[in-house]
Design a protein around this ligand. Structure first.
Ligand SMILES: Nc1ncnc2c1ncn2[C@@H]1O[C@H](COP(=O)(O)OP(=O)(O)O)[C@@H](O)[C@H]1O
Ligand SMILES: CC(C)(COP(=O)(O)O)[C@@H](O)C(=O)NCCC(=O)O
Length: 403
């Protein structure tokens, strides 16, 4: 099964010069995600194994070409697609985006790509790099990427609540059905019933792009990371109207709302005594993050209820392993489902589509590179506590979140 390893989101340029032997792209509304296999032979690896070396793999099936190297997960901002083009032009991409010992530089290069950008930027990749984007459906790739990770990476899915992160070992026989909620620029909610059996059952346009877009408009933030960092120090009670603000400090216990539950997100800003500049950016960012996370958690729960699903798995780069975001979503799901449904998160949250596209390249012999062989090269998530979950200093536990 999959080994534990470390996701290191590489600074793309640090890989300049090495040879990409295989890659796939997910070009979304906000971010370009790239999964690329760098053939270590090109990095001067003198080990005796020949490139053609075949390698027995446990099920006795011979793999195609044995790829020796590292699997890299990279991301670029879609608005800065030139960085991605520049990175690729600095690489020697083998024919068909795959490792071909006999390929020549003028060979036609085809790269599997998913996401809306595979359509929008097809001409640009052709013109600038001579690369033909072989389009793969976005939902297909999200689901196959999620199933791939849940199947082969031992510590992929985890729960996160009240500051506690717990990995979940999912029995393969018990994996389906689940609700996959991908929080990207927008949000897709997909009922997954099997390897190739799924239905997009809902979505919402109030997603990661909403947080970033409104956040930029309402604060001076220039980036997602800045906005997220700010939310850390913020206090949403300055802006959110709590039940107690309406009920004179009392609970509304008849309907199960305590006085510090949120009654109305941004409700305090209705006062005419204050302007935007009278509010701190960190408080705005925190209220925004909570409002959007709550909202998504609640819609996800309602769709899980609709189909009797107990497992809700959240992906997409909006989450970024951020404690406050995950806790808010988990509390929302837990509260509305009365503990029946469980929110789970993924370490490789933002790369579902790109990994789905990468592993779909049958023509590159990848179907011979069985999942567990591929996963030996797969870095693990940045979201393990030591690596990158932003520990939330906010006293979440002493504030009931209205969900
Ligand atoms: N470095 C970043 N730059 C921009 N947005 C980011 C970044 N990191 C996380 N995000 C958040 O993730 C969202 C994009 O998530 P992603 O899963 O890549 O969706 P998409 O496929 O629409 O790009 C953004 O809208 C934003 O909320
Ligand atoms: C259109 C999209 C699938 C594109 O995916 P993304 O680039 O946002 O990851 C997604 O933005 C979405 O599902 N938006 C919500 C549309 C709706 O209201 O269902």
């Amino acid at each position: 099964m999959g080994s534990e390893s470390n996701l290191i989101e590489f600074q793309a340029m640090s890989l300049v010069g090495e040879e990409i032997s295989h890659m796939a792209l997910d070009i979304g509304g906000s971010l370009i995600k790239m999964v690329c296999f760098l053939n270590s032979d090109s990095a001067g690896d003198q080990s005796p194994q020949s490139k053609d070396e075949k390698r027995d793999i446990p099920n006795g099936k011979l793999s195609g070409h044995f790829l020796r190297g590292n699997l890299h997960l990279l991301k670029f901002e879609t608005s800065k697609i030139s960085d991605c083009i520049e990175f690729l032009s600095s690489k020697k991409l083998q024919r068909c985006g795959k490792w071909c010992p006999e390929s020549r530089t003028d060979d036609k290069i085809t790269v599997k790509a998913t996401g809306g950008g595979a359509f929008k930027f097809a001409e640009l990749f052709k013109e600038k790099l001579g690369i033909t984007l072989d389009k793969a459906d976005e939902m297909d790739c999200l689901v196959s990427g999620s199933n791939f990770l849940l199947k082969v990476v031992q510590r992929e899915a985890f729960t996160y609540m009240d500051g506690k992160k717990e990995y979940v070992q999912i029995d393969q026989k018990d994996l389906f059905p689940y609700l996959l909620v991908n929080i990207g620029s927008g949000v897709s909610m997909i009922k997954v019933d099997g390897e190739d059996k799924f239905q997009r059952v809902s979505g919402t346009s109030v997603g990661g792009g909403t947080f970033l877009g409104l956040g930029k408009l309402l604060t001076n933030c220039k980036s997602f990371d800045e906005l997220l960092e700010l939310s850390h120090q913020g206090n949403n009670r300055v802006i959110d109207m709590l039940v107690g603000d309406i009920y004179g400090g009392l609970d509304y216990s008849k309907i199960g709302l305590t006085s510090n539950a949120i009654a109305s997100s941004f409700g305090k800003a209705i006062t005419e005594h204050k302007e935007l500049e009278d509010y701190k950016a960190e408080d705005i960012s925190r209220s925004l993050l909570r409002m959007i996370s709550n909202n998504i958690g609640q819609i996800a729960y309602l769709n899980a209820l609709r189909f009797g699903l107990k497992r809700i798995i959240f992906g997409g780069f909006f989450i970024r392993g951020h404690a406050y975001t995950m806790d808010t979503i988990s509390v929302a799901v837990n509260f509305w489902s009365k503990g029946e449904a469980k929110a789970m998160f993924l370490r490789h949250e933002g790369f579902l589509g790109a990994l789905g596209a990468f592993t779909s390249c049958e023509r590159d012999g990848l179907d011979d590179m069985m999942a567990h062989e591929l996963v030996e090269h797969l870095p693990s998530g940045v979201n393990s506590p030591k690596d990158g979950v932003i520990q939330d200093s906010d006293p979440i536990e002493n504030e009931n979140i209205k969900v």
